[in-house]
Design a protein around this ligand. Structure first.
Ligand SMILES: [Zn+2]
Length: 72
């Protein structure tokens, strides 16, 4: 087994740990249908279009939480 020859400093140890804990931001593009931000290779969450086709009809959301409806 390979063993480290020298102990790394606290600074190097902490830099190594600090570089790995962040989450990656998913790649975002804009929907060609409604121009909202959407993830690449995903159906647009705001209009339900993908590749120019309506694949998942989206109900229009009302502003506010006036009428709480139980949605699946
Ligand atoms: Zn869209």
């Amino acid at each position: 087994m390979a063993n480290p020859k020298r102990r790394h400093t606290r600074s190097r140890r902490d830099m190594r740990r600090a570089s790995n804990w962040r989450l990656e931001i998913p790649a975002l593009t804009h929907c060609p249908q409604c121009h909202a931000a959407k993830r690449t290779h995903h159906i647009c969450p705001s209009c339900g279009f993908y590749d120019g086709q309506l694949l998942r009809p989206v109900k229009e959301k009302k502003k506010g939480k006036e009428s709480p409806e139980a949605e699946g």
